[in-house]
Design a binder for this molecule. Structure first.
Ligand code: ADP
Ligand code: MG
Length: 280
């Protein structure tokens, strides 16, 4: 079991793309599992009302379960709602709830509506004895208030890109939204990582998409790509990440490789963020 280098400070990463089905949730849970498996302390926040990340990590998220919905609306703290992933003792999860779909309207009139997750995370992380190496936020497929909350609570965005023809369509809109968040709410936000998912090595198209992403985003596109794999798609039905479900398979191997790349970039990313802070 390889130990990945640990970041000197907590890395806060939102996994975002307003397109559905591009691999956000799969990437969040498997990068989190791979990092936790390497000994890192990881917190996953499931911000999608669908609760797929909670399911895939074996976390209960029924209507009777306290969740991020209660956290955003100020009824509970993160410490009160988080659960530990059964497969990895250093992986904690803030579950979602189907009720979360109503939260956007319910908090719309609050002056601090964009910073609800940020405040809750700050309060949690400031507690005695709490330390996380990584906080990963799984975003819903929209650019609404839940995603803005995620982007205000982190300083990095990881964009998963599905290796298919329309993959790059909509990317401009996402980058534009991120720049609006940077301009108005969170000047510390950077797009730190692009990961090409569902890569099919038999097709020229996959390679073309990868090359195009790499050409546009040379420094932040991971060298590792995630292959299309049946095991990756069936793992959630066993309430497991593929890292736990089939640790030696190609899905787990590639997600571990991607997680190692992310871990190795910590000094560069943290230095960039520090420079941004100084420059303000
Ligand atoms: P999103 O969160 O962006 O909507 P998901 O991570 O839920 O996307 O992935 C969409 C669907 O594709 C899910 O059914 C998931 O199991 C499947 N999937 C994701 N990544 C892969 C992959 N590498 N190989 C095969 N199926 C995948
Ligand atoms: Mg999802």
């Amino acid at each position: 079991k390889t130990r990945f280098p640990k970041p000197k400070q907590t890395r806060y990463i939102a996994v975002a793309n307003q397109k559905g089905g591009v691999g956000k949730t799969t990437t969040t849970v498997n990068i989190a599992a791979a990092l936790a498996n390497s000994g890192a302390k990881v917190l996953v926040v499931d911000m999608d009302p669908q609760g797929n990340a909670s399911t895939a990590l074996g976390i209960k998220h029924g209507l009777d379960q306290p969740s991020v919905y209660d956290v955003l609306e100020g009824r509970k703290t993160i410490a009160m709602v988080k659960q530990t992933c059964p497969d990895f003792p250093t992986l904690e999860v803030v579950p979602s709830s189907i009720n979360l779909s109503g939260a956007e309207l319910e908090v719309a009139d609050l002056a601090n509506r964009n910073d609800l997750l940020k405040s809750a995370l700050e309060e949690f992380m400031a507690q005695e004895g709490v330390h996380m190496d990584y906080v990963l936020v799984d975003c819903p497929p929209s650019l609404g208030l839940l995603v803005i909350n995620a982007m205000c609570a982190v300083n990095e965005v990881l964009i998963p890109i599905q290796a298919e023809y329309y993959a790059l369509e909509g990317l401009g809109q996402l980058i534009h939204t991120i720049s609006l968040v940077q301009a108005h709410y969170n000047p510390m936000l950077i797009v730190s990582t692009m990961l090409v998912t569902m890569f099919d090595r038999r097709t020229i198209l996959s390679k073309e998409i990868y090359d195009k992403v790499r050409e546009h985003y040379p420094t932040i596109t991971l060298k590792t790509t995630i292959p299309r794999s049946v095991k990756i798609s069936e793992a959630p039905s066993y309430q497991q990440s593929v890292v736990a479900y089939e640790p030696k398979g190609t899905g787990a191997v590639s997600y571990r490789e991607a997680a190692l790349e992310i871990a190795r970039k910590s000094p560069v990313v943290l230095a960039e963020l520090e420079a941004k802070k100084q420059g303000r």
